[in-house]
Design a protein around this ligand. Structure first.
Ligand code: ATR
Length: 303
């Protein structure tokens, strides 16, 4: 058993399953992928349901998604998760794509069967469930500001907000030009949602943030030691709910600033959890892996 497999390991079952007690039938595909927490979350759920399958990390170079899908199908894989940088490529290489995944523009969950490669996106719905879990609120009742909306995670969450019919959506991005096609697409998707786009330099930034109830960081600012808070204190008020999609560190500079203001806060662990639950349910309908997956996180939450 290896911590990371490559396409070469998909040459045969003998190679892939050497030294393992169960056949590899699920995987997370990315580049790089060694850091992925997905096997640690999915394997306990597979074991709980007595499913004879191993969930592996598969390192796939950019441009090799189709080759990976073909090999996995030939070997009888049930499906896979897809992460950075392959989510767009995965969408392009599925034979059937769920309409919401097409709107989001990315596939993170794939089901293989004899006839089709079916693609889904569980990041958007996983975010919606995370907000319900962490703040006890339905997305459709909230005014939401997304900071770093131009990146992949931001676009997925912004699309989910519009699909769910949020009361208002404020999109903030360093490169404000990236918001033009996004906002245009989102307005067509749901004309009833008020959408505001702005940069960090915009004089209206604080007022727009203060007009919202939920602030979501989807930028990568806060991942690296020494990163500043993506928003300054004047953009926050004590009754804000602040969600950071980053979960390592557990308390980002934004969340620390928000906590100092008295805001309720949560990090991206809940989104990771719920996108995983929803992916598992695409592969195994009628299951409820939430408790097993949540338990797999507990050591991390304590540390
Ligand atoms: P992706 O999710 O597509 O891989 P990314 O390049 O990792 O994207 O960036 C994610 C988000 O973090 C983007 O919104 C990016 O802003 P730009 O679109 O302007 O690049 C944002 N981001 C990254 N570094 C940033 C910084 N120092 N200040 C503000 N936003 C930043």
């Amino acid at each position: 058993m290896k911590p990371v497999y490559t396409l070469k390991d998909l040459a045969s079952r003998d190679i892939l399953d050497a030294g393992a007690d169960k056949p590899a039938r699920l995987a997370v595909l990315g580049w790089p992928i060694a850091h992925s927490a997905s096997p640690g979350m999915h394997q306990p759920a597979l074991d709980l349901y007595g499913i004879d399958a191993r969930y592996i990390r598969l390192e796939v170079e950019p441009g090799q998604i189709l080759a990976a899908f073909s090999r996995m199908r030939d070997l009888g894989f049930i499906g896979c998760n897809v992460t950075v940088p392959h989510k767009l490529d995965a969408l392009a290489n599925c034979t059937d794509v769920h309409p919401d995944a097409r709107e989001i523009g990315a596939v993170n969950t794939v089901c293989f069967d004899a006839k089709a490669i079916r693609g889904f996106n569980t990041d958007g719905p996983g975010f919606e469930r995370a907000i319900e879990q962490d703040f006890g609120a339905k997305l459709c009742n909230l005014k939401v500001a997304i900071v770093g909306a131009g990146g992949g995670a931001g676009q997925a969450i912004a699309t989910q907000c519009v699909l769910s019919g949020v009361a208002k959506l404020v999109l903030v991005n360093r490169t404000v030009e990236k918001l033009i096609p996004l906002a245009t697409r989102l307005r067509l998707l749901n004309p009833a949602v008020e959408i505001v786009s702005l940069s960090f330099e915009d004089v209206g930034l604080a007022a727009q943030c203060l007009s919202c109830g939920l602030i979501v960081n989807t930028s990568s600012v806060g991942l690296k030691p020494g990163d500043p808070s993506i928003l300054t204190a004047d953009c926050l008020k004590s009754d804000h709910w602040v969600y950071d999609t980053i979960y390592k560190p557990a308390v980002t500079p934004l969340l620390a600033l928000a906590q100092a203001k008295g805001c309720r806060t949560a990090n991206g662990l809940s989104m990771l959890l719920h996108q995983g639950v929803l992916a598992f349910q695409h592969w195994f309908p009628q299951t409820d892996p939430l408790a097993a997956m949540r338990a797999s996180f507990e050591p991390k939450i304590r540390s």
